[in-house]
Write a protein that binds this ligand. Structure first.
Ligand code: NAG
Ligand code: NAG
Ligand code: NAG
Ligand code: NAG
Length: 131
């Protein structure tokens, strides 16, 4: 009996936890909409690029105000930090495009409280000075 009661209690607690995260998320987690890069945009390796996001309606309390931007290729987040240690409330950050394999399925992940993906764009080599 005690054993069964324990399980019922566990189930009740789990149900409670699952029923409430929505309200917690709504209050604390800031997942700003990424404005740029946009779909099909092209980044040139070595060029200065910026990522911008919408900071028009941040919640009163932000759990993690320190932002980080990682590069993502296809479905995989790469171990390439484009920018870090900036304020998630800044709305934009600039960096030099790193030398990665040129392709057309790159995107970025903006981390603060939570992660948000951009649409896919291309990274190309700098051919303007090529012989
Ligand atoms: C930013 O978000 C607000 C609503 O929160 C919206 O009214 C505004 O148009 C957005 N700005 C951009 C550039 O997307
Ligand atoms: C990610 O890259 C850093 C150096 O840029 C390296 O120290 C770290 O071990 C790498 N992590 C993984 C999981 O590859
Ligand atoms: C970039 O962020 C700075 C503050 O960090 C702000 O003054 C500037 O207006 C922003 N620029 C754009 C294009 O959003
Ligand atoms: C591309 O290469 C040209 C010629 O080498 C150079 O002048 C230019 O600054 C480079 N652009 C970038 C974004 O690195």
């Amino acid at each position: 009996m005690t054993f069964n009661f324990f399980f019922v209690l566990c189930f009740a607690l789990v149900a409670l936890v699952y029923a409430h995260p929505i309200s917690l998320l709504a209050r604390d987690v800031f997942v700003p909409e990424i404005i740029t890069p946009t779909t099909g945009e092209t980044w040139v390796i070595g060029d200065t690029q910026s990522v911008t996001w919408n900071v028009s309606s941040p919640p009163a309390q932000i759990t993690n105000p320190v932002g980080q931007i990682l590069l993502r290729k296809g479905e995989l987040t790469q171990n390439v930090t484009l920018a870090g240690d900036f304020s998630i409330l800044a709305g934009n950050v600039s960096f030099i495009v790193p030398s990665v394999t040129p392709d057309d399925d790159y995107s970025i992940v903006l981390f603060g409280d939570s992660g948000n993906f951009s649409p896919e764009f291309s990274i190309v080599a700098n051919t303007s000075g090529a012989p």
